[in-house]
Design a protein around this ligand. Structure first.
Ligand code: HEC
Ligand code: HEC
Ligand code: HEC
Ligand code: HEC
Ligand code: HEC
Length: 427
């Protein structure tokens, strides 16, 4: 993008001086068009973390699950002028899933690298202050609409003394590679040269109130309703209900090797899922019965699972004999029908109370997920004869089982349940 502009600028200069003036006035690159590839020139480690995250894969071009819904409720992400079918307005989705395109009211997400990068560096680092998602007119203002936007990079304020230094002394911000030495600083308001490439001026200001608190996340992660006013995601509401004083960053952006980690794992990340829950199975003999207790403790100040309504968790409990043969199970296959207490899910319903998809739901169904910090124990009575081991397994799925079957065009790692915890009790 930048190089293209520069070439155009040169051509214009040689054609006519006044044209060049026009280019400089109107063609200066807006900050929200700056690709994360530019930031990568110096911030290599942060870039690597971000690139693997769902933030870098948030558009309908790169997230197959979002892409399926987006094409259904809006249209092709490569076309201009697409409307949200239900409201006949600019698709609200893009305020969160492709914020730089939303700033230009564009729906052609391949028109600019900064659009297709979804929630990229500048999308977060130009959020200046959070106004909340309740607009004065009673409607919801979502994603970038919930924020004042800046044309300067907003940072937590760890940088060196501006008056004294044009170079940054610390290597931490770039991944701690001491051999690389210091970097030229484009954040002082002048373009700099780096690896033979011109980096545009990226003026920066210190804004710890925005960047070091949950305000950095809430505009996109609080509540989102479907066209019928049914809340689909409500991580923010759950968090508020928990009364927690711990912010989102302390878990989702832990400091590691000198930088705030930008991987921001969630439902797509097995490691953070494994950390989410304390899962413990105990069993005691009581006459000819075993009483098995299954503890599930949610460690988060939001529900488990949180996020999109089709996230769900199910628990399988099996009793084995000494040869490893299963003698008893809490459910054959998925427990949703036969052992509903072992299914943690946030159901959506239509007017008849039947299960409904996110775009069509008119009311909330049952919410059996673990509440923020909830500790829940399920109790099972099992015939004790020949049982030597009781094993519990907890599985996380991105999609409801029915939806996963319907979405057979998706890669299997998105549709199959993942084992996130297991526990065994020996008799
Ligand atoms: C040419 C190298 C270079 C490039 C390219 C670059 N930065 Fe930086 N960045 C720096 C340096 C040097 C510092 C340390 C500044 C200081 O100490 O004054 C820094 C610091 C930061 C900080 C931390 C500020 C704070 O408040 O602690 C943020 C945030 C940041 N950069 C974001 C970005 C973003 C976003 C981009 C891409 C749009 C980018 N940078 C591109 C060199 C670069
Ligand atoms: C501009 C909007 C925006 C902001 C600001 C934002 N996010 Fe996100 N975030 C998204 C979107 C959109 C996705 C989902 C991408 C997808 O799955 O398609 C996402 C995904 C995530 C996920 C992963 C979910 C998964 O399915 O694996 C986590 C965790 C997360 N964000 C945490 C945060 C935290 C913590 C902050 C604040 C530091 C934050 N986000 C700020 C829009 C945003
Ligand atoms: C989802 C929002 C989000 C995205 C996307 C994002 N950042 Fe950040 N970034 C933050 C927040 C919030 C902080 C402050 C963390 C803190 O200080 O606790 C931060 C901190 C930083 C810092 C300072 C690190 C430190 O340890 O002080 C740098 C440098 C930075 N970001 C660069 C980038 C670059 C480069 C990209 C793109 C590759 C990027 N960020 C993408 C939200 C984001
Ligand atoms: C105590 C640590 C902790 C805190 C604090 C925390 N989270 Fe999480 N978060 C997790 C864990 C662990 C998971 C994975 C399990 C799950 O999905 O609930 C997760 C999952 C998520 C997801 C993934 C949802 C999806 O659909 O895949 C999002 C989004 C998210 N958190 C956002 C937030 C936001 C926003 C905040 C602040 C309001 C926050 N979290 C605070 C630990 C935390
Ligand atoms: C307020 C911000 C916001 C808006 C508006 C929004 N989303 Fe999202 N969406 C998110 C966030 C954040 C996530 C990921 C974390 C979670 O699950 O909560 C997400 C996740 C999703 C997912 C799951 C993706 C996955 O990888 O599993 C789908 C599907 C989705 N959104 C579709 C849509 C559609 C379609 C629209 C527009 C009708 C839309 N979203 C509007 C913030 C938003």
């Amino acid at each position: 993008m930048f190089t293209k502009k520069k070439v155009t600028g040169l051509v214009l200069t040689s054609v006519a001086g006044w044209l060049c003036l026009v280019f400089q006035v109107s063609g200066a690159e807006s900050i929200h068009h700056i690709s994360s590839e530019t930031c990568k020139t110096c911030h290599k480690e942060v870039f690597k973390q971000w690139k693997e995250s769902m933030h870098a894969n948030s558009t309908a071009l790169s997230d197959p699950i979002h892409g399926t819904f987006y094409r259904n409720v809006a249209g092709e992400p490569t076309e201009e002028g697409v409307l949200h079918k239900a409201s006949q307005k600019y698709p609200v989705c893009l305020n969160c899933h492709a914020p730089n395109a939303a700033r230009d009211k564009s729906t052609k997400l391949d028109a600019n690298v900064a659009y297709s990068e979804g929630v990229n560096c500048v999308a977060c680092h130009t959020l200046k202050s959070y106004n909340g998602i309740q607009a004065p007119d009673g409607k919801l203002q979502l994603g970038i609409k919930a924020y004042e936007l800046a044309d300067k990079i907003q940072g937590p304020g760890r940088y060196s003394n501006r008056a004294l230094s044009k170079l940054a002394a610390s290597n931490d911000l770039f991944g701690g590679d001491a051999a690389e030495g210091s970097k030229p600083n484009p954040h002082l308001g002048e373009p700099v040269m780096m690896d033979g490439q011109e980096i545009p001026a990226l003026p920066m200001e210190s804004n710890p109130k925005q960047t070091k608190t949950s305000d950095a996340c809430m505009g996109c992660h609080d509540q989102r309703n479907n066209p019928h006013g049914v809340p689909l995601c409500q991580t923010g509401n759950e968090y508020t209900m928990s009364d927690s004083k711990v912010n989102c960053l302390s878990c989702h952006m832990p400091v590691s090797s000198g930088i705030a980690d930008h991987s921001m794992g969630g439902g797509h990340d097995l490691t953070i899922l494994q950390r989410s829950v304390v899962f413990d199975v105990t069993a005691e003999k009581n006459g000819d019965k075993l009483v098995a207790k299954v503890l599930m403790l949610n460690q988060q100040p939001h529900s488990l699972p949180t996020g999109a309504p089709f996230r769900n968790i199910h628990m399988l409990l099996t009793a084995y004999d000494k040869d490893g043969n299963p003698l008893w199970k809490n459910a054959e296959g998925h427990p949703g029908e036969t052992d509903p207490q072992a299914y943690l899910v946030y159901a959506l319903a239509n007017d008849e109370g039947k299960p409904a998809s996110p775009p069509t739901a008119t009311k909330l169904g049952k919410d059996t997920r673990l509440k923020p910090h909830e500790s829940r124990t399920l109790v099972y009575e099992i015939p004790a004869k020949d049982v030597v081991l009781v094993r519990g397994e907890l599985y996380y799925s991105l999609l409801w089982p029915g939806l996963a079957k319907q979405f057979d065009h998706l890669p299997e790692d998105l549709t199959s349940p993942k084992l996130i915890a297991s526990s065994e009790a020996s008799l």
